[in-house]
Write a protein that binds this ligand. Sequence first.
Ligand SMILES: NC(=O)c1ccc[n+]([C@@H]2O[C@H](COP(=O)([O-])OP(=O)(O)OC[C@H]3O[C@@H](n4cnc5c(N)ncnc54)[C@H](O)[C@@H]3O)[C@@H](O)[C@H]2O)c1
Length: 290
Amino acid sequence: MTIDDVKNIAVVGAGNMGHQIAILAAIHGYNVTCTDVVPEILAKAEAFADSYLPGRVAKEKLTQEQAEAARARLTFTDSLEEAVKEADYVIEAVLEVLDLKRKIFADLDRLSPDHAILATNSSAIVSSKIADVTSRPDKVVNLHFFNPALVMKLVEVVQGPHVSDETAQLSMQLCDRLDKVSVHVKKEVEGFLLNRIFAAINKEALWMLEMGVASFEDIDKAQVFGAGHPMGAFRLMDLTGIDLNYTMAIEKFKATGDEADLPAPSVVERYMKGDYGQKTGKGWYDYTED
Ligand SMILES: NC(=O)c1ccc[n+]([C@@H]2O[C@H](COP(=O)([O-])OP(=O)(O)OC[C@H]3O[C@@H](n4cnc5c(N)ncnc54)[C@H](O)[C@@H]3O)[C@@H](O)[C@H]2O)c1
């Protein structure tokens, strides 16, 4: 398969990341089916597409014709089978739970055409932990978008030892077609490339908070006004989801057995209260007033 043969993209999971990846691909000319198991999330994703695309017209980023064509290429369905049966490229964006991803990839392998590439948008789970449930490990790859996927340019293509050069190259070409900037991560390392850097910053930020060195607001301020970062570690955690931060820490602890990898007490406290960040209206900061 060459990049020109890729016409149909399926996105599995219509949450934070999935719905934006689906809209992005539709804008760039692909026929996209987006699926989720929660009807409310599918409806929310569809409603977002219905307001986002006209919004791009109002901002003169798309013509009316382009927006209508993108919307016409975008389908939402609760049937995984329906979503992937004609897919050339599948992007999985479900919860960051290894067992769930393994189950879904086994289903994807059964339900997708033999030529389809099966990519995971996972933030931390390397595709070699998933590929063995499929009959096509050479076509199972990490394609890691950043949040918000419609805005952030970077995509990491992580080529584990089982991934063919063809799959990695085609995935990078797909990023070009989606107007993204891809980087080729040639080894499966914890955190891939950028999140590995962020993890070091996060760990220090949480350590300073827990030790009473500074408030989270001041730690964020230091990053923004001293280092020129667009936002600090805590504001970023609110954007990406405290639930994701918690789950990733638990997964890391399961892998290493090192108690230092457990989520920080202040993260656990917010996770237990359901204060996940922007998506729930409250995390480190309160979003209910604006
Ligand atoms: N949030 C971020 O900042 C971010 C950034 C990059 C990558 N990621 C990765 O993207 C993936 C999704 O993260 P998210 O933040 O969008 O999570 P999310 O919780 O917002 O969305 C996950 C969606 O998966 C759906 N789902 C669960 N089981 C399913 C199934 N069997 N079939 C179809 N859908 C199912 C859920 O209903 C939910 O809507 C994770 O692997 C995460 O690590 C997240």
